[in-house]
Design a protein around this ligand. Sequence first.
Ligand code: ADP
Length: 293
Amino acid sequence: LDGFAVDLGGTKLAAARIARGIVVERLQAPTDGAARPETQVAAIGGLLDRLGHDPGAHLGVAVAGRIDDAGRWHAVNSGTLRTIAGFPLAEALRRDVGPATCLNDASAAALAEARFGAGRDSASFAYLTVSTGIGGGLVVGGRLLESANGLAGHVGFVSSRRAEGLCGSGRTATVEAVAGGRAIAAAALRDGHPAADARAVFDAASAGADWAERIVARSAEAVALLIGDLTTILGLDTVAIGGSIGLAPGYLDRLASALAREPTLFRPRIAAAELGHDAPLIGALAAHLDRSI
Ligand code: ADP
């Protein structure tokens, strides 16, 4: 696994040089969710230049949103990336940076965790990231589940009986609309705590505030129900949890106690993601190398 990789999320852009499967150099810059896609491509090119990338090198690019089989990039939650609607990302990269494989960031992370991390012994595996939104990737029988429209694996947009209200995807009452960071901050606002982002809600819950505990517990319950539902469909044996909220102190424990209410059959092994913020980078390059051979 030698080459370069990029991870473009709603809040940050990371680029890395990878040697023998290990991130040896990493650069990061903030992203602007409202920026034009051309600007994002230029930012990608800038970081890769500084890492010594040349157009002949292997390159994998993981992004928030979906990538269809023509390499076009679409936001799924319009609140995260506001200007991305069918942008020809693969073509723009080929022209300005070099040939690259593009895929969803959580799908890339799932592939990396399945091969090299928490899912390495799994036959039916899901990776869930609990971050600003809820992302997911599914690896069954060693293969990443993909679809021509790039939507496969976007499990945050599944309905949830813990949720209400409109989701940025246009659906209503989704897991993302109750469990993600943006939803947690919105719930705090409704409870009369307008300045609280997800991190502040977690801090308040740790300090014993009932209102905050309720919000965090509801997020964990919604994710636990999602895990039970996905297990019904895919017979999951292992689920790895990532994202700043998923890996926040106490979240995995809350998730485990919510999941304990499910019958044994619907309760896969839950583990923290092992590759941390390198997962989408390593997975993107792995996906590129899979497609190049
Ligand atoms: P992204 O959504 O861009 O992938 P992250 O995985 O870092 O990025 O998720 C960002 C979300 O995580 C925000 O809602 C933020 O408030 C929340 N967050 C960041 N750090 C913590 C923390 N220590 N505890 C709880 N929530 C956190």
